[in-house]
Design a protein around this ligand. Structure first.
Ligand code: GUN
Ligand code: ZN
Length: 454
């Protein structure tokens, strides 16, 4: 079965027998742009018998296997009949909340105070951070996630261990130390000055080092004084190439408290606008309860609304409206938000995102869902030249998925007749068991986790 445009794309250098070339043979899917509907086959490339050549950590060629195997000579790994895709991207996750997952709370603010602000204090100890960092990246790899945007704790050391472990695995990771100087335990507070100084030091050390990128990370308006947000303005002016991540309009109690703390602003987003925090590299987690004005301001500034469906259901925060946000012209992404979120799996995350859209009266087609997990999230990070597609020249971050990985999924697979149905099955029943292999910068990583701890 061949759907969509095919035959590969990009030009690659013809190379004679080279030990450094690896060829993956598989069924393969890669998006070219956002699909306009389930029948928009021009939005993607699907190849039933594809070849993907990897060299120097990058994709050197992608196309029909017959053509790739003529152009490149390297060891072949045959992943047929599985489905090869660009590695999945998680644009909002708290690395320091692995042990907060499944904490029983009435709502966001209770959950933060009762569990999250307690757990994050452990990251004052870099040894604890190192242990969790290893678990964190092992877990991402097991779930087929090759890039993520992470919140570390307030401690500079937590960002150090995060970036060091990502570098050891050569993963493209974005992260930052939280800035928070009020409305949380003293042990989790920095000051406007120390937060600024630590952020600056971390940016100078890590931003652009190998595959690392820095996100300036004011946690949210509730935990930052106006004085601290002024330092965020300064940092963003000094380092315009860095990302900015924060939380926005997740929960009604949070919105009410923010408005009390910042009474002079017309709405929640206006606080962040005042401190010049909007822009093309600005990621606003949740962004559920936005007014028309706020959405228009997001769209106009190129800011990204990052939806976190499992978290929003778990904490009872609200239902993000995909079609409303897309219709407004705002950029958007979908993420796990571990540990408010309940799964590391982008497949399960999309399953819940789909159900939320059902409740909103919208249908999310599986091509749109897989677009979001790959090219869509890469675009939201302005990284589509590096990740999110199988185009020659992209980084060699790849996931191989088996839609029939469990007995019940295999049984349902017997009824699957199209690529769309296969994707929908992967999204609905899939999790880490569906991930056959995860390649990071051209290296197979999933099979190595248990053997060597990578
Ligand atoms: N708002 C501020 N901090 C957090 C957090 O850690 N998780 C979630 N879900 N929302 C937040
Ligand atoms: Zn979050």
């Amino acid at each position: 079965m061949v759907q969509g445009s095919h035959g590969g794309y990009g030009t690659a250098v013809l190379t004679n027998k080279d030990q450094n070339i690896k060829i993956l043979r598989s069924r393969a899917l890669s998006f070219l742009r956002r699909p306009e509907g389930p029948d928009d086959h021009d939005a993607y490339v699907f190849i039933e018998d594809a070849g993907l050549a990897l060299q120097g950590g990058r994709i050197a060629g992608f196309g029909e296997f017959g053509e790739i195997s003529k152009r490149f000579d390297g060891e072949i790994t045959d992943h047929r009949p599985y489905l090869l895709l660009p590695g999945l991207i998680d644009p909002h996750i708290h690395f320091v909340q692995m042990q907060v997952v499944a904490s029983y709370a009435a709502n966001l603010l209770e959950w933060l105070n009762k569990y999250t602000f307690v757990e994050e204090q452990r990251f004052a100890d870099p040894l604890h951070g190192e242990l969790v960092a290893r678990e964190f990246f092992d877990t991402l790899i097991r779930h087929g996630t090759t890039s993520a945007v992470a919140y570390c704790s307030v401690h500079k050391a937590s960002a150090e261990v995060f970036f060091a472990e990502a570098q050891r695995r050569n993963m493209l990771m974005i992260g930052g130390k939280c800035l928070m100087d009020r409305n949380c335990p003293k042990a989790l507070q920095d000051t406007a000055k120390s937060g600024y100084d630590d952020t600056r030091t971390l940016i100078e050390k890590w931003h652009g080092r190998g595959r690392a990128r820095y996100a300036i990370t004011p946690r949210f308006a509730i935990t930052s004084s106006p004085g601290q947000l002024e330092t965020v303005t300064a940092l963003l002016r000094e380092f315009p190439d860095c990302y900015m991540q924060t939380h926005l309009s997740e929960n009604v109690g949070e919105i009410a408290f923010t408005r009390e703390l910042y009474p002079g602003h017309q709405d929640y987003l206006a606080v962040y606008e005042h401190y010049e925090m909007l822009g093309k590299k600005s990621l606003f987690g949740h962004a559920i309860h936005l007014s028309e004005r706020e959405l228009a301001a997001m769209a106009q500034s190129g800011s990204v609304a990052v939806s976190c469906p499992t978290s929003n259901l778990f904490l009872g925060s609200g239902l993000f409206d995909h079609d409303r946000v897309m219709g407004s012209g705002a950029r958007m992404a979908v993420a796990t938000d571990i540990g408010g979120g309940t799964s590391f799996s982008m497949l399960k995350t999309m399953d819940e995102f789909y159900k939320i859209q059902q409740l909103n009266g919208n249908r999310l087609d599986p091509f749109m869902a897989f677009y979001h997990m790959t090219l869509g999230n890469a675009r939201a990070l302005s990284l589509e030249k590096n990740i999110g597609t199988l185009e020659a020249g992209s980084d060699g971050d790849i996931v191989v998925l088996d839609a029939g990985a469990t007995p019940e999924a295999a049984l349902k697979m017997q009824r699957v007749e199209s690529l769309g149905e296969e994707l929908f099955l992967l999204q609905t029943l899939g999790d880490d068991r569906a991930v056959v292999e995860t390649y990071v910068a051209g290296r197979a990583m999933k099979g190595n986790i248990s053997k060597s701890g990578v």
